[in-house]
Ligand binder design. Structure first.
Ligand SMILES: [Zn+2]
Length: 424
């Protein structure tokens, strides 16, 4: 939107002349005040006057809220409310984050004051701030918000509570409840914001898949392994995939039931998987189009373990490289492509030989590209089912394979798998 349009908007909202607000707006923007903030401050300026308009913003349905709204008044049901500690301007603040719903939709909120919000409460938030996060509007409930609890419960078509499956979790999710098995767990000492501190990190799994986690205040139930219920966890991105964060405000309880990890892991279309921005545990099926350069027999820097060319590391210069095997292959299913990366063990399998065999073959040919050539002959043009960690960055999508197997061509087996999915 042009500044002129913003001014027109504002003027009609406030019931004042456009010429009155445009100079003010121009001024603020010239002082590098973001335009949304400038509009808010003008709303306050004109709203306080006698020119009419302004004041408490009118009530809005959640589905109608856009990031362009400065302030809104909303009535809705608190679906989730999770405490979290953040460091802001040098001191720790406890904030509450969650989701609010009405009949029309759901919106994320952050409460900067302790309003005592609990899941299931029907509230009216007067003069709630709206900010943009990743293109979507979010509510800020703060000092200037007048919050009241309604006696009449609002019926909403959304479930109260944060119960979630791992496969459905996304970066930015707050106040989630999961029931998982601890698959890997390791105690680490880190240099935290208050000095050295111990944390737990590892991998949890449920029927839908697996995700890495960090437990910032080690919970014995997690360290003991087994199956646990975790309430009020949040999800943050770490190295390109969502990670479950379990804080001092999370509740961890041991569970008696067994969880069959990964039994419902679904195979995704490559295009859908890439669109998520990164998944820790995903299975895809596609045709292997090509084996990329830098595959087969390669050399790594002994210092940083990155792949080197002609004995030269970009960081460490002239080094004595370590021989290794890997494959970077392009897999395509018609909806998208990923680069599948096979480690040394998987590469030995598709090469059908060991590192020593590869070195011997390269010596004999006096050319190490013969190793990649043999891999190419064996895998290009075939269909593979691959499971592993997907990360997406500006250079494209990479899938670090944990499993790499030729796709099952047996039509009976495939039909059964489809039927099982329908049953589930
Ligand atoms: Zn290096």
């Amino acid at each position: 939107m042009e500044l002129d349009d913003h001014a027109e908007d504002l003027a009609s909202d406030l019931g004042v002349d456009k010429e009155e607000v445009i100079d003010d707006l121009q001024n603020l923007v010239e002082y590098s005040v973001p335009v949304d903030e400038a509009k808010q401050s003008l709303r306050r300026k004109y709203g306080d006057g006698s020119s009419g308009g302004g004041g408490v913003p009118s009530a809005k349905d959640i589905a109608e809220i856009t990031p362009d709204d400065g302030n809104v008044t909303v009535t809705g049901v608190v679906l989730t409310a999770g405490e979290r500690s953040i460091r802001y301007q040098g001191s720790d603040h406890v904030i509450v984050e969650g989701r609010l719903a009405d009949e029309t939709g759901v919106i994320d909120y952050t409460a900067w004051e302790d309003f005592g919000l609990e899941p299931g409460d029907t509230i009216t938030a007067g003069n709630a701030g709206v900010r943009e996060w990743d293109g979507d509007p979010e509510l800020n409930l703060g000092e200037s918000t007048s919050l009241s609890f309604e006696d009449d419960e609002l019926a909403v078509p959304y479930e109260v509570g944060g119960d979630a499956r791992l496969a459905d979790l996304e970066t930015g999710d707050r106040a989630v409840t999961i029931e998982v098995t601890v698959l890997e767990c390791e105690r680490k000492t880190i240099d935290g914001r208050d000095g050295e501190t111990d944390i737990l990190s590892g991998v949890v799994g449920d029927e839908s898949g697996r995700l890495p986690f960090t437990n910032w205040e080690p919970a014995p139930e997690i360290e003991d392994g087994g199956t646990v219920r975790i309430e009020n966890a949040y999800v943050q991105e770490f190295r390109g995939v969502p990670e479950v964060n379990i804080s001092e405000f999370s509740t961890v309880t041991a569970l008696d039931r067994a969880i069959d990890v990964g039994s419902n892991t679904s195979t995704m279309a490559i295009g859908d998987a890439v669109a998520t921005g990164g998944i820790y545990d995903v299975e895809i099926v596609g045709n292997l189009l090509a084996v990329r350069d830098g595959s087969g027999l390669i050399q790594r820097c002994p210092e940083c373990y990155r792949v080197i060319q002609k004995g030269q590391c970009r960081t460490h210069g002239d080094v004595d490289g370590i021989d290794d095997l890997r494959v970077k292959a392009i897999l395509d299913d018609g909806t998208g492509t990923v680069t599948v990366v096979l480690d040394d063990e998987l590469t030995e399998r598709v090469y059908d030989g060991t590192l020593e065999d590869a070195l011997a073959q390269a010596r004999e040919a006096m050319d190490q590209s013969v190793v990649a050539d043999r891999i190419r002959e064996r895998i290009v043009g075939r269909e593979y089912r691959v499971r592993g960690h997907l990360s997406v960055d500006e250079y494209g999508a990479n899938l670090d394979a944990e499993r790499f197997a030729e796709s099952d061509d047996d039509p009976v087996a495939r039909a059964t798998a489809v039927l099982e999915e329908v049953d589930a």
